[in-house]
Design a protein around this ligand. Structure first.
Ligand code: DUC
Ligand code: ZN
Ligand code: ZN
Ligand code: ZN
Length: 468
C-alpha cells in the first residue's frame, strides 16, 4: 500500500476550509486530520512520501466540463490533441476533463463515441469523460441515447447555432429533451439563434464588414437571449433539465435567472474568457482580433460584472473553459478577409483555476465558491461526485497544492497548450499551481511535469445530481 501525506496546508473544498493534513492511500483520500494532532503525526511517520503544503492551499483537482481536444471544426481541427491538452490541463491543476464526442451527420452516435475513444484512450495525462454532440437527431439516434446514459455518457449537446453543421431545429430539440427526460440524461444547449445570425453574417460581408470584430457584432446578445429563452421553454414542455453552455450575455443570464426563480432545473455555465476578455480584444488591429473569435462571442466589458453576479447568485453554476484552440498561424488566418471563416474557439484549459483564483483575489467570489464552480459543481452536474470535485475519504486523490501568493505572467512563451498564442498574453495573475496529484500519482511536482500519457483513465459518469 502506498501512502502519501500532504502536510500543513489549508484544505479548501466547496464546503469547508480546514487546517488539516491529508492522508492518501492507494490513489484515494483516506482521511483528514488537524495539523499537529497525534493522528497526523503518526501518518507522517509511516508515509512513503510527505508533501509540505505549509502556507499553501490544498484543493481538489479541477473538473473542466467543457473541452474540445482534436475537434474538427471550421475546415480544420483544434490544435491540442488529448495528449497535449490533458498535459496542459494538469499544469493548470485540472485533473478531469469532460470532452465532446461528435456524431457525424447521417451516422450513429456509437460511431462518434468510438472515434473519440480512439483519439483519447491511452493518450491522456489526467482522467477524462465524454459528453456527446448530437448533429443529427433522428429515430435511431434517439434510441441510442438510452444506451449512452447506461454506459456513462449522460449528457448531450445540441445547437441552435451553426445551420448545416450542428444545428437542430425546435422539433429535434424537443424530441431529444423528451428522451432525456425519460432516461435521466442532461441536455446541454449552445444557445444562439444561428438562422438569424447567418442572415446578419451575409449582410455584413456584403457590406465589406469582414474584420474579426464583426463576428461579435452579428452574434447579437439578443440572439443568445432568444435561443436561451426558447430552449428553456422547450425543456419545460418536455419536462427535462437543461444546461446552457458558455453563457456570455447579461440578457441570457436574465433568462436563466427567471427560469430558476420558477424552480426549474435550468443551469448555466460561463467561461473565463467571458469574465476577463471583451469586444475590445476582438477589435485589436492587424487581424489580432481573430485570436478572440469564439462562439458565443466575447461581449462588451459591462457583461463581465453581470456574469460574476450570476455566479454569486447561483444563476450560473459552473465555469468551464470551452477549450478549443486554433493556432493564429495557418488556422485563425483562414478567416483573413472573411470573419466567418475564422475557426471559432479559444485556448484556456491551462488557466481556468488561476483565472478564477484571480476572481477570489479581486473580490468577485469567495475561496470556497472558487472550488464550488471549478470542481464540486461540475462534478455533481455531470455525475462524477464525490469521486471527483472534493477532498473527502473515499474520493480520488486528485489534489492540487496551490500557492495563493505566487505571481505569474500568462504567456504563450511559457504555457503548455499546443497553440501559438495566449488569449491572456502578458496578464499577471496572483496564485499558481505547485504540485498536482492525479489518483495519488504526482503529475506536476513543484512545477515540473512528472506525468505520462496514458495515466489518465476514462471515467464513466452517473447522471446529474441536481435534479429535483
Ligand atoms: N464555440 C466555439 O467557440 N468553439 C467550438 C464550438 C463552439 O460552439
Ligand atoms: Zn495550519
Ligand atoms: Zn458551443
Ligand atoms: Zn464548446
Amino acid at each position: 500500500m502506498s501512502r502519501t501525506v500532504v502536510r500543513g496546508g489549508l484544505v479548501v473544498t466547496a464546503a469547508d476550509e480546514i487546517h488539516a493534513d491529508v492522508l492518501v492511500e492507494d490513489g484515494r483520500i483516506a482521511a483528514l486530520a488537524a495539523h499537529g494532532t497525534t493522528t497526523a503525526e503518526s501518518w507522517a511517520e509511516g508515509a512513503d512520501r510527505t508533501i509540505d503544503a505549509t502556507g499553501k492551499y490544498v484543493i481538489p483537482g479541477g473538473v473542466d466540463a467543457h473541452t474540445h481536444m482534436d475537434f474538427p471544426f471550421g475546415g480544420t481541427s483544434s490544435s491540442d490533441t488529448f495528449e497535449t491538452g490533458t498535459r496542459a490541463a494538469a499544469w493548470g491543476g485540472t485533473t478531469t476533463i469532460v470532452d465532446f464526442a461528435v456524431q457525424t451527420r447521417g451516422r450513429a452516435l456509437r460511431e462518434g463515441l468510438d472515434a473519440w475513444h480512439a483519439k483519447a484512450d491511452a493518450q491522456c495525462a489526467v482522467d477524462y469523460a465524454f459528453h456527446m454532440i448530437l448533429s443529427d437527431v433522428n429515430e435511431h439516434a434517439l434510441k441510442e441515447l438510452d444506451l449512452l446514459v447506461e454506459e456513462g455518457v449522460t449528457s448531450f449537446k445540441l445547437f441552435t447555432a451553426y445551420p448545416g453543421v450542428f444545428y437542430s431545429d425546435d422539433g429535434q430539440i424537443l424530441r431529444a429533451m423528451q428522451r432525456s427526460a425519460a432516461n435521466g440524461g442532461l441536455v446541454m444547449m449552445h444557445a444562439e439563434n444561428g438562422i438569424a445570425i447567418d442572415v446578419l453574417v451575409e449582410q455584413a460581408l456584403a457590406e465589406g464588414r469582414t474584420d474579426p470584430r464583426y463576428h461579435g457584432e452579428v452574434r447579437r446578445e439578443l440572439l443568445e437571449a432568444e435561443a436561451t429563452h426558447r430552449t428553456i421553454q422547450l425543456a419545460r414542455v418536455a419536462g427535462a433539465p437543461l444546461y446552457v453552455v458558455h453563457v456570455s450575455a447579461e440578457e441570457a443570464v436574465a433568462e436563466l435567472a427567471q427560469a430558476r426563480d420558477k424552480g426549474l432545473n435550468v443551469f448555466g455555465e460561463t467561461c473565463p474568457q467571458y469574465l476577463f476578455l471583451s469586444t475590445d480584444n476582438l477589435a485589436e488591429p492587424d487581424f489580432e482580433g481573430a485570436k478572440y473569435v469564439c462562439s458565443t462571442p466575447l461581449r462588451p466589458r459591462e457583461h463581465q460584472a453581470a456574469l460574476w453576479r450570476g455566479l454569486r447568485t447561483n444563476d450560473l453554476q459552473v465555469v468551464s473553459t470551452d477549450h478549443c484552440p486554433f493556432c493564429f498561424k495557418g488556422q485563425k488566418e483562414l478567416g483573413r478577409g472573411d470573419f466567418s471563416k475564422i475557426p471559432n474557439g479559444l485556448p484556456g484549459v491551462e488557466h481556468r483555476m488561476d483565472l478564477l483564483h484571480q476572481g477570489v483575489v479581486d473580490g468577485h467570489i469567495s475561496r470556497r465558491h472558487w472550488i464550488e464552480i471549478a470542481c464540486a459543481t461540475p462534478a455533481r452536474m455531470f455525475g462524477l461526485y464525490p469521486k471527483k470535485g472534493t477532498i473527502a475519504p473515499g474520493s480520488d486523490a486528485d489534489l492540487v497544492i496551490y500557492d495563493p501568493a505566487a505571481e505569474q505572467v500568462l504567456s504563450a512563451a511559457t504555457h503548455h497548450m499546443n497553440v501559438d498564442y495566449s488569449a491572456y498574453e502578458g496578464r499577471t495573475v496572483t496564485g499558481r499551481v505547485e504540485t498536482v496529484l492525479s489518483r495519488g500519482e504526482t503529475v506536476i511536482d513543484e512545477r515540473r511535469y512528472t506525468g505520462r500519457a496514458g495515466h489518465g483513465q476514462y471515467t464513466p459518469r452517473g447522471t446529474c445530481q441536481y435534479l429535483n
